[in-house]
Design a protein around this ligand. Structure first.
Ligand code: FPP
Length: 235
């Protein structure tokens, strides 16, 4: 039996901002700036298609190791994005969520994140989930620690640990697993993104750098997805 390919959740690794800029002899920051504009455009396109969840990899735990200058630029872009672009999403009744190690971020950013989450919690048209200071292995370890603590406290038994319980301990606990993962820029890696959640997702890779990614290219990848047969390990 094949499952219906209903597309409820797209996850994206937005890669290639730096190379897009270098190819043009521009500083990497210009690529990130253009990348942030594309985030806005693609979010709109996803909403128009009636897809319910979009998860974007905006900053990984490993990205903290980039130059201080680049990290600081990305943080200023993030502040701007939280202040303006996400406010616009709010007006369009989009629910905004964040996943990742938020305590690593500056306090003012954390505060803006909390406000946006609270103010949009009741919207259910599209949920945009932004992975910030996110690492999937770190998320899995945090979940494991929570479970170990619950066993130690006597709240659950070892026998109670199953896939559902584990999923419920992750940052993504109330978000369905992605149906489709897209990575731009020609790289074919998961880079510590949603390792647990992508277990049965379909993967699509495109050579297009993120700043050049368009709603048309998104549709081409969705069309590919629609031709696939999802078996979830069954025959
Ligand atoms: C990958 O390009 C992209 C990032 C590390 C960050 C993603 C950020 C944006 C799309 C812009 C800002 C977004 C928000 C939500 C404010 P890269 O730098 O790894 O490119 P490279 O692999 O070509 O060097």
């Amino acid at each position: 039996m094949t499952e219906k390919n209903e597309l409820k959740h797209i996850a994206i690794i937005m890669d290639g901002n730096g190379r897009w800029a270098s190819k043009r002899g521009l500083p990497r920051s210009v690529g990130h700036k253009k990348g942030a504009e594309v985030v806005k455009e693609i979010t709109k396109a996803v909403a128009e298609k009636g897809i319910k969840y979009l998860t974007l990899y905006a900053f990984s735990t490993e990205n903290w190791q980039r130059s201080a200058e680049e990290v600081s630029f990305l943080m200023s872009l993030l502040r701007q994005y939280l202040k303006t672009d996400l406010q616009e999403l709010k007006e369009n009744q989009v629910r905004v969520r964040f996943i990742g190690e938020r305590y690593m971020l500056d306090n003012d950013i954390q505060q803006m994140m909390r406000n946006l989450e609270n103010e949009t919690a009741h919207f259910d048209k599209l949920t945009v989930c932004i992975a910030l200071s996110y690492g999937s292995r770190q998320e899995i370890i945090a979940a494991t620690k929570k479970i170990a603590q619950s066993v130690k406290n006597g709240d659950i038994l070892i026998e109670d640990i199953d896939i559902n319980l584990f999923s419920a301990m992750l940052y993504t606990k109330d978000i369905p697993e992605p149906d489709l993962l897209i990575r731009t820029s020609g790289e074919k890696r998961l880079s510590n993104y949603l390792l647990w959640q992508l277990a049965y997702s379909e993967l699509e890779f495109t050579d297009v750098y993120w700043p050049d990614f368009t709603p048309e290219e998104l549709q081409r990848l969705i069309d590919n997805y629609n031709t696939r047969e999802r078996r979830y390990g069954k025959v």
